[in-house]
Design a protein around this ligand. Structure first.
Ligand code: AMP
Ligand code: ZN
Length: 484
């Protein structure tokens, strides 16, 4: 049975305020996250979205809810404009590369999975539906919209009539002037209103698309928005608890999803809309068109743990923009290694502890307050430094917190060796400065004399000087903590 002791608050984009979380179904939360468009490798900006929805899931699970999560894979219908004009991103990538759209989708879906696993994003039980596997559900929804007078046909497809949906645009952010301007210059000016959007688009008359399907109105492909409405309905039902995405999805994609879903389902579509702010580089949104992309494999290639990126994300609130710099990642990486080292060196054998209720109470307050991860991370440090708490209790409590943070404390030993191996540059013996060599010699002697207290103090001194000692069966290895 769920213990309803600590209310969870989420900021809801629709009502523009924090709301107490009440699930639609007693113990099960239905969560839909707009997933990647698999025409190129997802970048670390996109990853912020999935780390955020993973955090939502972990917070809910920590509060004893079962979470039924869907992250869709957009493998057709997302046009380069994000609206109704321009090429389909998948078809375009296929033409440019000479590969089939299907191969491209498979390749980037696989890389997406690799990235989210590296980031410790929970995938057990999550459903990852591909839009191309739900074409019939999408057609059925469009059909229903046609029957109820919410949609109309023009020469290039079927469109949703936004004037028929009373609350169209309730999420806000609609750039109406831009849309009107677009409508004036559009080749297609048959749309009844600038905000109307495509539900089904016909294949071009003079060429064959790689991905196209028959429909009651003609051969074509679905609009990107109807895909999410249909997959959400097929897998989670007519009403869901939470829907997530980046803030760029608010204006068009999510306003359109609401219009379609509520017109067909005759029910409120989503109870909590949660959107993450952007990852920026030098103040500009990370995005393909800006050409400032960084992907997770670049982070790994430079010797950083992918979890250092997760840690970096958690140190900022998901709702504020985060400017990515390599220095910031370096800082996150160093902090994470400190936590791992502390864990391995001080808590390794501390078994059988109990949770510190004092800390747990504060932890829940933070994470249940719209996922205040920066405070939760600060609390981890406070706990580490707290001399009043026994090692055993510290370990139990930190492991408990890691159920939400997911920074890899449960796999500490593996993480520590991997991280150190990846990052620290081994210094050749003749490179070691004499003062460091003297400390090493002194420490070796202290260990031979079984004066472990002194050996530990000397290790700390080296730590402060930026060196890490790795005791192996062949003696101590010296590692420089960051590449210089
Ligand atoms: P897409 O594959 O373009 O549909 O985007 C996948 C997810 O990443 C969506 O939720 C976007 O809103 C989100 N997103 C895109 N760019 C960024 C960025 N620079 N920072 C954070 N989230 C982003
Ligand atoms: Zn979506």
């Amino acid at each position: 049975m769920k213990k309803e002791t600590h209310p969870i608050y989420f900021f809801d984009t629709l009502t523009k305020g924090k709301k107490v979380f009440t699930p639609l179904h007693k113990n099960e939360v239905r969560l839909y996250s707009c997933g990647p468009t698999v025409y190129s490798r997802a970048h670390i900006g996109n990853m912020r979205s999935y780390v955020m929805s993973d955090t939502i899931r972990r917070v809910l699970e920590y509060n004893d809810y079962k979470v039924n999560q869907v992250i869709n894979i957009t493998d057709v219908g997302h046009l380069v404009s994000d609206g109704d004009e321009g090429e389909d991103k998948l078809e375009k990538a296929a033409t440019e590369s000479g590969e089939s759209a299907q191969n491209i989708a498979e390749k980037y879906t696989k890389l997406f999975f690799e990235d989210i696993v590296e980031l410790n994003i929970e995938t057990d039980g999550t459903k990852f539906p591909k839009a191309t596997d739900y074409i019939q559900s999408q057609i059925a929804m469009v059909q229903s919209l046609m029957e109820t007078g919410h949609a109309y046909q023009i020469s290039d497809g079927i469109y949703f009539d936004t004037s028929v949906f009373k609350d169209y645009g309730a999420l806000g952010n609609i750039p109406i002037e831009e849309l009107e301007e677009g409508a004036r210059v559009d080749k297609n000016n048959e749309k009844r209103h600038p905000t109307d959007f495509a539900l089904w688009k016909f294949s071009p008359k003079d060429s064959k698309r790689q991905q196209e399907w028959p429909s009651p109105w003609g051969v074509g492909f679905p609009g990107w928005h109807i895909e999410c409405s249909a997959m959400s309905r097929a897998l989670l039902g007519r009403s869901i608890d939470i829907h997530t995405g980046g803030i760029d999805h608010i204006a068009t994609h999510h306003n359109n999803e609401i219009a379609q879903s509520e017109s067909v389902n005759k029910k409120k579509f989503v109870n909590y809309w949660i959107h993450n702010a952007f990852i920026t580089v030098e103040g500009r949104r990370m995005g393909k068109s800006v050409g400032n992309l960084i992907s997770l494999d670049q982070i790994i290639d430079r010797g950083y743990s992918p979890l250092a990126y997760r840690y970096l994300l958690l140190t900022a609130h998901y709702s504020t923009p985060l400017n990515f710099t390599w220095d910031a990642l370096e800082g996150a990486h160093t902090a994470l290694i400190r936590i791992y080292s502390y864990f391995v060196e001080n808590l390794k054998d501390a078994e059988g502890g109990a949770l510190s209720q004092k800390y747990k109470k504060r932890f829940i307050q933070y994470i249940n307050d719209n996922m205040d991860t920066p405070h939760a991370i600060a609390l981890v440090w406070e706990l580490i430094k707290d001399k009043e708490i026994s090692k055993e209790d510290k370990k139990a409590t930190l492991l408990d917190f890691d159920r939400v943070l997911g920074i890899g404390l449960d796999a500490k030993e593996i993480q520590l060796t991997t991280v150190l191996k990846n990052t620290a540059k081994k210094i050749e013996v003749n490179d070691i400065p004499s003062e460091v060599q003297n400390i090493l010699t002194e420490r070796k002697k202290a260990r031979e004399d079984k004066d472990y207290k002194k050996a530990d103090e000397l290790r700390d001194t080296l730590d402060e000087m930026g060196y890490e000692i790795n005791d192996t069966e062949h003696g101590a290895e010296l590692l420089r903590k960051t590449e210089k």
